[in-house]
Design a protein around this ligand. Sequence first.
Ligand code: ZN
Length: 319
Amino acid sequence: MHAIGVDIGGTKIAVGVVDADGRIVAKLRRETQPQDPASIDAAIADAVAELAQTYEFHAIGLAAAGFASSDRNHMTFAPNIAWREYALGDKVRELVGRDDVAVVVENDGNAAGWAEYVHGAGQHAQNMTMITIGTGIGAALIVNGELVRGAYGFAAELGHMRVVPDGLPCGCGRRGCWEQYGSGSALTREARRAGIEREVRAAALLARAGGDAARIGGPDVTAAAAEGDELAIELLHDLGTWIGEGLASVAAILDPEVFVVGGGVVAAGDLLLEPARQAYAEHVPAQGLRPTTPIVAAEMGNDAGIVGAAALAREAVVG
Ligand SMILES: [Zn+2]
């Protein structure tokens, strides 16, 4: 049976028809206005109507960055879209106008994690923790085969664990959060700093950014590291170390069978993951008394949000 998965971004949406094996058989994109939630509802309904001409489905999963309430109908808050206690599920259900289609709302990190759990790197585990390294650190927790949403939909905000007392300020209003050190933004910040403070060592990175330190991006670091650039390798090593240390604390709470790491920087492979594994081994409580939890790269790529949203919606129908 097909299901629809929708990945709602700040300025565009991607709507996919997903089969039971997690394959996307059709995909549409629409531009949207982040300050105008109604434009997003309308774009979703429009794409769904177009796909309904060709495909049969009874479930629509909507995934977006932000707090999705545990009723799976409201977006409580989103950083990039003007949603405040917004009944996204109801709005889309109304516009789609079909009684035989279920609509569920999910956090995008949870959707991506569910895709990895059902179809990707976590499919043989009952207990899986996924983190996504991006602007911040997104996360999804699968415990005993169930997605953990929390009592109010605020669970799995691992990026806001405090790892440095009185550390760098964070967008959440606190200081020293993990994502200030272990995210793609942190990697870019450190690479740009090196471009200014260590101009000679950063020559390869600066060359990729047209000589402007402020234009160095994460993909520049990954590409330079792949070519053997020492500074880029060191930057990925530092990022991996922060990731591994944080995962060691997560293991103390959740004890998963596998950690899945997603996000663009995972293209660096073992240049990132091996330092993470080392730091994890050094910091995990009761090391030597417990099995070593594998830290592996995500497999589902950029489509994980669509695939996971569709899979979660399908589950809601099947029950
Ligand atoms: Zn924070």
